[in-house]
Design a protein around this ligand. Structure first.
Ligand code: HEC
Length: 192
């Protein structure tokens, strides 16, 4: 015989509130127990076993990413054309990079601002080899060994070579003071 509601009430009472002794449903207890079992397994695997915690996992991923990136960058080939060089010449980040490459490799002969010394004046509106941005790129790439201009194709990273060529093309017609005397043929400024 089932008990009445009155009989099911527990003995205590707080502020007029009384309660039944209802058991928790089976599914609820099941999840509770499972979560404890899961936590033990998780702890053993990640804190004592082969599992990687987020920081360690991130470090491992980052390491393999940097290795991958270095490999991928080696494969980057820049297709030099008048258009691609003009695009780079309009990109401030590339010009910054080109400036750095220039400061490291070119100032010994062309001076820090490109006015020329052993190397040609890069800031006037005269050019010895060709007239275009692509001609500048090719001169830097192949050099002019018999005149003392090194060929940079084999030593510079393709991106650095493209950046420095783009940068040099922006120097044309800036006519910095005390420049080396004009050499070559007169050239028009690049459209900006
Ligand atoms: C060892 C000295 C030396 C270094 C270093 C050097 N150059 Fe030159 N460069 C020269 C000489 C000399 C010439 C002139 C070649 C000629 O008369 O045909 C020249 C010419 C050039 C020209 C062609 C100019 C024209 O009027 O056609 C460009 C562009 C140039 N250099 C860019 C660079 C860049 C960029 C670097 C650095 C990556 C560099 N050079 C490093 C000596 C050098």
């Amino acid at each position: 015989m089932s008990r009445t509601d009155e009989e099911r009430l527990m003995a205590h009472e707080y502020d007029g509130i009384r309660e039944y002794d209802n058991p928790l449903p089976g599914w609820w207890k099941g999840i509770f127990v499972l979560s404890i079992v899961w936590a033990i397994g998780y702890w053993l695997y990640f804190h004592g076993g082969p599992g990687k915690l987020p920081k360690a996992q991130f470090d491992a991923d980052w390491k393999s990413y940097t290795v991958w990136k270095a490999e991928a960058e080696k494969k980057v080939t820049f297709v030099a054309s008048e258009e691609s060089l003009a695009r780079l010449a309009a990109d401030p980040a590339t010009i910054e990079q080109g400036k750095k490459v220039f400061a490291t490799n070119c100032v010994a002969c062309h001076t820090e601002n490109g006015r020329g010394n052993i190397g040609a004046n890069l800031t006037d509106d005269y050019q010895i080899h060709g007239t275009t941005r692509l001609d500048i790129y090719n001169t830097i790439h192949d050099g002019v060994p018999e005149k003392g201009m090194i060929s940079w194709g084999p030593t510079l990273h393709p991106k650095d070579l493209a950046a420095v060529a783009a940068y040099v093309s922006t120097l044309r017609n800036t006519n910095v003071p005390d420049g080396k005397a004009h050499e070559g043929a007169h050239v028009d400024p690049f459209p900006r």
